[in-house]
Design a binder for this molecule. Structure first.
Ligand code: GLY
Length: 594
């Protein structure tokens, strides 16, 4: 099996996801209509996104014509769609076809082309057929009299499986393993698939309207899945097209994004299986000396456990349950990581906060007796609250409450802006230093830190039912409302000039936090505002999603990790946490997120 194949094979074929399309179109209407945020009645879905994992026989939405055998499930390469001519057929023709959204549409799929076989894709309205065959060094494409060899983009793994992206409108753009070309042929409304010369295998098919950022982000995850070796974790992709992998604080966002995608495509096992596979691959680092265990395991082990291990509790009955042993490992993972967080808090007992690490050697610390606490810890504490609830450990709740209140007192300023970092002398708890790791200065407001504050204090206030912490979240949200640039996408620091790099990850994290705050405030009588946060969250989401590109499908750039100067790839690249929170915010905006 090639390293690019999923280790857990998809099991269910999912045709038109009408519910998704309906919700997506409702959201589109609400947030995109002439920039207005006024709710309008949901419109019937004009188009359908569909996802096919080919693990069950083709359903009635597919039609198979001509002398073609099209079989899903259990063929030579596992659970995929196999296309071949019947033995002895004189003519190689026929197609397995499925309706597409109205052009312009976006389609992506994985395709295996063995030597001697050629795939036919019927996608054109005039000349209909795109032919693809594997030749040394790439895939040869042929359509409307044009023949072109497309080599893979640098860095794509060599494999018999190819990742194909198509966007079809007035012409058709075809990308294979990151290399691309365009054919001057108008797109048709159905996708036909056929094979010549030998069998062709198709897997992981997605189709969506080209203008819909939600669908585009799903295509993007499928492209990252095709490129990321099994058991590895994407960090991000630069404008140079290079994919960077990570073992650090961001590993949980890969399974996290895939769980968000699974929730957006309920009923399909495609993203569910990838997400579970990535969550299991992420196990094993729970005893690391870092506060980032919250990011690493809440979005991964705990997210997986909620969905596939406790079906009756979290509405996870739409997911195929995981086996008992996997569930035990996921639960133990969340539990171990939470225990580690409580150890970190104990190491900083006098200060009462969650430090970045328990041992010596924190970044920027001047001695081993110093600890660092950063605003991001608002996002790590909720893991402790999960363990407090599931393991009935009131001491975890007490520790998280104290740490959250101390964090708010030390790093959230009166006007709602945030500092990034405060150092303590561990022995006394006295403040030794305030500074920034990624912002402009100790006194400025690093935009992602502000986003972590809005999102984190909303979760903490909600889960602890603490009106004071909810007030902190509202203060942080109020600062965003007052100082957000006119284009509604934060610069990497709120004190940076308009010409400084925009940070769409800060944009979507803040949007997700604001949308959550709006939901929580609708329930809590103690908030000062409600609708204001929802409207601001929608606006920030809409404006940040404008950065989602159509080529490659769903590339979500303009994210800043650590501003390293104009030469660094992550000054305006695509980062996995931006993808995660974009999808979370989309779900919160369309009412399917919790
Ligand atoms: N939590 C580290 C960062 O946001 O860069």
């Amino acid at each position: 099996m090639s390293p690019r194949r999923p280790r857990v094979a998809p099991r269910v074929l999912v045709p038109a996801l009408v519910a998704f399309a309906f919700l997506a179109s409702a959201l589109y209407v609400v947030i995109d209509a002439a920039g207005e945020d006024t709710p309008v009645p949901p419109q019937p879905a004009a188009v359908a996104l569909f996802v096919a994992s080919f693990s069950e026989p083709l359903d009635g939405d597919w039609s198979v014509t001509g002398p073609l055998i099209a079989e899903a499930a259990g063929d030579t390469d596992g659970e995929v769609l196999t296309l071949r001519s019947p033995a002895g057929a004189l003519v190689e023709a026929g197609e397995a076809s499925h309706r597409l959204p109205e052009p312009p549409w976006a389609v992506s799929l994985d395709l295996r082309l063995d030597p001697g076989s050629q795939a036919r894709m019927l996608i054109g309205a005039g000349p209909r057929t795109l032919r693809l065959r594997s030749v040394g060094g790439g895939v040869e494409l042929q359509m409307a009299g044009k023949r072109q060899l497309v080599p893979p983009a640098p860095g794509w793994p060599s494999s018999p499986w190819h990742h194909v992206e198509l966007s079809g409108g007035r012409d058709i753009r075809v990308s294979v393993d990151g290399g691309e070309t365009t054919f001057p042929v108008a797109a048709r409304r159905t996708l036909g698939l056929g094979a010549e010369g030998g069998p062709v295998f198709v897997d992981n098919l997605l189709a969506s309207p080209l203008s819909d950022p939600r669908g585009l982000l799903l295509h993007r995850l499928a492209a990252l899945h095709a490129r990321t070796p099994a058991g590895s974790f994407p960090l991000g992709t630069g404008r140079d097209g290079e994919l960077r992998l990570t073992e650090g604080w961001t590993t949980g966002f890969w399974p996290g994004s895939l769980w968000q995608a699974a929730d957006l495509t309920r009923g399909s096992d495609l993203f569910r299986d990838w997400a579970l596979e990535a969550s299991v691959a992420n196990l094993g680092d729970e005893r690391a000396d870092t506060h980032d265990l919250g990011f690493k395991y809440e979005l991964s082990s705990v997210a997986a456990h909620r969905r596939v291990c406790r079906p009756s509790v979290q509405g996870g009955d739409e997911y195929e349950p995981a086996d008992e042993s996997t569930c035990g490992r996921l639960q133990a993972s969340g539990s171990k990581a939470a225990r580690r967080l409580s150890t970190l808090i104990r190491s900083n007992r006098e200060a009462g906060t969650l430090p970045t690490r328990a041992g010596p050697g924190c970044t920027g610390c001047s001695s081993d007796g110093e600890s660092d606490t950063i605003i991001d810890s608002a996002m790590n504490l909720p893991l402790l609250l999960w363990a407090a609830r599931t393991e009935e450990k009131p001491e975890y709740r007490a520790a998280a409450t104290r740490a959250a209140r101390r964090l708010a007192a030390l790093l959230v300023r009166r006007n709602g802006s945030t500092g990034q970092s405060v150092h303590f002398r561990r022995r006394t708890g006295a403040v030794a230093l305030r500074h920034t790791h990624q912002g402009l200065s100790a006194r400025s407001t690093w935009a992602r830190g502000q986003a972590w504050a809005v999102h984190g204090f909303t979760q903490l206030g909600d889960q602890l039912e603490d009106p004071r912490l909810l007030r902190v979240a509202e203060r942080a949200a109020g600062f965003v409302a007052r100082y957000l640039p006119a284009d509604a996408v934060p610069r990497y620091d709120y004190a940076a000039p308009d010409a400084a790099p925009r940070d769409t990850s800060a944009g979507v994290i803040t949007a997700a936090g604001l949308l959550r705050l709006g939901i929580v405030c609708r329930e809590a009588a103690t908030c000062r505002e409600t609708e204001k946060w929802t409207l601001l969250g929608r606006r920030m989401l809409r404006e940040s999603l404008r950065a989602v590109e159509q080529a490659p499908l769903g590339f979500f750039g303009n994210q800043v990790q650590t501003l390293g100067g104009r030469t660094s790839w992550d000054d305006d690249g695509e980062l996995i946490f931006g993808l995660h929170y974009a999808l979370e915010a989309i779900r919160l905006a369309d009412g399917t997120g919790a």
